[in-house]
Design a protein around this ligand. Structure first.
Ligand code: ADP
Ligand code: MG
Length: 497
């Protein structure tokens, strides 16, 4: 064995020691990555959890798979190794190793190298294990060889590659023990025959001693030519066009997914105790946010009323089930044939995996989409309140078509979840995009009053309907700066886009 090859086998046996020489360059590079949760922070602790070469020793380029513990969070890295980088790969450079098994070599972001991205697809096409990594696939879903990769651009929480415009591979960046719902739920939906979600065709995991497997990547069909629901909604708004037919169809698609999840995975009836716990969680988040966001304080008692009403409902008739967990228009795709698919079932990245996998009322997802229509309408000049109201109503009508139950028939539950979401948005905007704080604040004024539910003319069910009028408090209008899609560099995942 050559000296470098034996150094590499030591690397697999003791990744922590072997990766040592790469540490300084990784410390400098990680905080600049948009998927890195600790952006801007100085890294204090960095430790390799596992290291595996995915190509035979001596291959050029080499492909090194790393799981790194960075200040308590585990990240997945795929590093390319070459003696020198061709100019086209210069933007992917991380640094030059001075020491260790890769001394003198260029170390770079492997997903930016078409050759290595192609190798990764080859690995996914052939199931089996490689060091700590286990590759699996659906034997019924053939993936052709030789598909040309390209990275997906745009701001993302993870890194995605598109292969031949036919498949998309999502490489999870922040990973943890336990199956990722973005693999678990689409697989369960595919097995149940639900076609509203692209079905995983291949995936890979890490199997580490004493730990549940960590989901690392999922390959699924790429819905070519599809429109992201958020972009599509903004385009329609810009053109002064109606979106209710789409909103209605999206309501149907969402309820189909919810019904399939409720059939495929365990559900539970919410009793008074669980309902009180849910309400207490929402109230605590409200209190914490009010401490941080002064603008929220005058509305705190009104908002608390929404959560008190939830607790008082004692969970009557409400079932909890597996849900999407982070549903908004940016997580929906309208395909060329006009049908809607839901994507990105990871849930809210800030929550723990155990939390994200816990059954919850499906209305949480519904509230997410309803808030998203409001966000879209308020990012348009002039603000188009009727557009949002009509979309919100159409979505609920479409939802009721499949399940037989209109979400507006549970006004207490819906108000509580919309309020919880708006509070979350207020915290997010005040931290990262103060220019956008007026968007959740407008909803907060409405929700705190407990009278206007924001569905416009077609609102069914009990309760008075107060349309916002001149006395309804300040609304976002001309005085607000135009909303830009990227107002801050590298904020964490935005609530709706
Ligand atoms: N199956 C797919 N077909 C077409 N585009 C997709 C597909 N899955 C994801 N995308 C595109 O990739 C983007 C990011 O995917 P997503 O799963 O939401 O990742 P993230 O966790 O980074 O938000 C989506 O907004 C969408 O534009
Ligand atoms: Mg997403």
């Amino acid at each position: 064995m050559s000296e470098a090859a034996s150094a590499r086998s030591r690397l697999a046996a003791d990744p922590a020691a072997g990766i040592g020489p790469l540490e300084p360059m990784l410390r400098a590079w990680l905080p600049a990555q948009r998927w890195f949760a600790g952006k801007g922070r100085t890294i204090t602790g960095l430790r390799a959890v596992s290291a595996a070469e995915l190509l035979p020793p001596g291959s050029t380029p080499g492909l090194l798979h790393l799981l790194l513990d960075v200040d308590g969070d585990c990240y997945q890295l795929l590093l390319g190794i070459r003696p020198s980088l061709p100019p086209a790969l210069a933007p992917a450079l991380i640094g030059h190793a001075e020491d260790g098994p890769y001394a003198g070599r260029a170390v770079y972001e492997a997903l930016g190298d078409p050759k290595l991205a192609a190798m990764l697809l080859e690995r996914l096409r052939s199931p089996g294990t490689l060091g700590p990594l286990r590759f699996d696939r659906d034997p019924q879903a053939p993936v052709p060889a030789g598909l040309v990769p390209r990275p997906l651009s745009g701001e993302q929480t993870n890194s995605s590659l598109i292969y031949g415009d036919s498949f998309i591979l999502k490489v999870f960046r922040r990973v943890g023990p336990g199956v990722n719902p973005d693999l678990e739920l689409p697989r369960a939906l595919a097995a149940a025959g639900c076609a509203r979600v692209p079905a995983p065709v291949a995936w890979y995991e890490a199997e580490l001693p004493g730990s549940e497997p960590l989901t690392l990547g999922v390959l699924q069909p790429y819905l070519r030519g599809s429109d992201d629901g958020w972009q599509l909604a903004l385009r329609r708004l810009g053109a002064g066009e109606d979106f209710t037919a789409e909103a209605h169809a999206l309501g149907r698609a969402t309820s189909e997914v919810h019904s399939a999840l409720a059939d495929a995975l365990p559900t539970l009836a919410l009793g008074p105790e669980q309902t009180a716990r849910l309400a207490a969680g929402m109230t605590a988040r409200l209190a914490a946010t009010a401490r941080e966001v002064p603008a929220l304080r005058p509305y705190e008692p009104g908002l608390r009323g929404a959560f008190d009403a939830l607790a008082a409902s004692r969970g009557a008739g409400v079932r909890a089930q597996r849900i999407h967990g982070d549903l908004h228009l940016g997580q929906t795709l309208r395909t060329l044939d006009g049908s809607w698919s839901l994507i990105d079932f990871e849930g809210e990245p800030a929550r723990s995996l155990a939390d994200r996998r816990r059954p919850e009322p499906a209305v949480r997802d519904i509230a997410g989409i309803l808030r998203s229509f409001d966000y879209a309408a308020r990012s348009h000049r002039p603000f188009a309140p009727a557009w949002a109201d009509d979309c919100r109503a159409a979505f609920c009508e479409g939802y009721a078509r499949t399940t037989g139950r209109d979400p507006r028939e549970d006004p207490v539950l819906l108000r509580a979840y919309e309020t919880d979401k708006a509070v979350y948005e207020a915290r997010y905007e005040s931290r990262h995009r103060p220019d956008w704080l007026h968007v959740p604040m407008a909803a907060i004024r409405r929700l705190a009053s407990g009278t206007d539910r924001g569905f416009g003319r077609t609102q069914p069910g009990p309760g008075p309907v107060a349309r916002p009028g001149p006395g309804a408090g300040p609304g976002p209008g001309e005085g607000f700066p135009a909303l830009s899609p990227h107002p801050r560099p590298q904020p964490p995942r935005r609530p709706h886009t």
